[in-house]
Design a protein around this ligand. Structure first.
Ligand code: ADP
Length: 259
């Protein structure tokens, strides 16, 4: 029989082997959490064993998106057990651990400490962890990506110039931290009026694809701005879990992330 220490070493090695895919954005409100939830679900549907870590201390929205609002994780010998969700993607969120109002004042090292509890939880056979990072490029994000070397980062932006400039800063942060950029996603691109059918571009169109080409990083795809995405998200039913019109866009992005 192996000694206790040997068992610990094996467990640690297994944890390190898990792939961490960070989802980031230059600023809030561009759909980073929406993409993280749908990417996790789409990867799970494609056969990966996926867990979701909500590290957005400023606005942890994954419990609501994944329909487990109010459920707190249990712990076994101080190691957290991820909360099962209806979508086959277990979840741990900062919002399940602390009052977000208090977390707002956290410095990078404190946030990294809390993130450690989420990442080093009992993820079992999970092979991929999708990490919903806080928006922006502050020391919180830097501490997180440096401590838990992500396998790669997916950057989300709207097509708007200002959002893209912020996204460029986020890309820079990952570059400096040595985290490869998996690619850029354009969200809220193109709105089709449900009444007249005419298409318009509230935040412009194609800006992210052009920016990706300029920055020499892969462009992963475009998610339209739709009422269905907003209402389904609010109801805790991420579109990628269903077969609606918007599911395909998320599945296409997941296939490129998986490639
Ligand atoms: P972030 O994580 O970047 O702050 P969220 O994912 O929380 O952004 O999205 C902000 C709001 O915009 C949410 O109400 C969400 O439902 C909505 N939203 C995100 N993407 C879309 C989209 N493509 N179409 C419609 N609403 C969207």
């Amino acid at each position: 029989l192996p000694g206790v220490d040997e068992v610990r070493v094996v467990v640690t090695a297994e944890r390190v082997a898990r792939q961490l895919v960070a989802v980031a954005s230059g600023k809030g409100g561009v759909g980073k959490s929406t993409l993280a939830a749908n990417l996790a679900i789409a990867l799970a549907k494609a056969g990966r064993r996926v867990g979701l870590v909500d590290a957005d201390i400023y606005g942890p929205s994954q419990p609501r998106l994944m329909q487990v609002e109010g459920t707190r994780p249990t712990a076994n010998d101080k190691v957290l057990d991820p909360v099962p969700t209806p979508y086959g993607v277990p979840l741990l969120s900062m919002g399940q651990l602390v009052d977000p109002g208090r977390a707002l004042a956290w410095r990078g090292p404190m946030a990294a400490g809390a993130l450690g509890q989420l990442v080093e939880a009992d993820w079992g056979a999970t092979d991929t962890l999708v990490l919903d990072l806080p928006p922006g490029t502050g020391d919180v994000q830097l501490t997180m990506v440096q401590k838990y070397k992500a396998a790669g980062a997916v950057i989300v932006s709207t097509p708007q110039d200002l959002a893209l400039i912020d996204a460029t800063r986020a890309i820079d942060l990952f570059d400096k931290a040595g985290v490869p950029i998996i690619g850029l996603v354009e969200n809220m691109a193109g709105y089709v009026c449900p009444h007249c059918g005419e298409s318009s571009d509230p935040f412009g169109n194609g800006g992210a694809e052009a920016a990706a080409a300029r920055l020499n990083i892969p462009f992963l795809g475009r998610i339209p701005l739709t009422i269905a995405i907003r209402t389904a998200s609010d109801a805790g039913e991420p579109p990628a879990a269903g077969n609606g019109a918007d599911a395909a866009a998320f599945h296409a992005i997941a296939a490129r992330v998986d490639a």
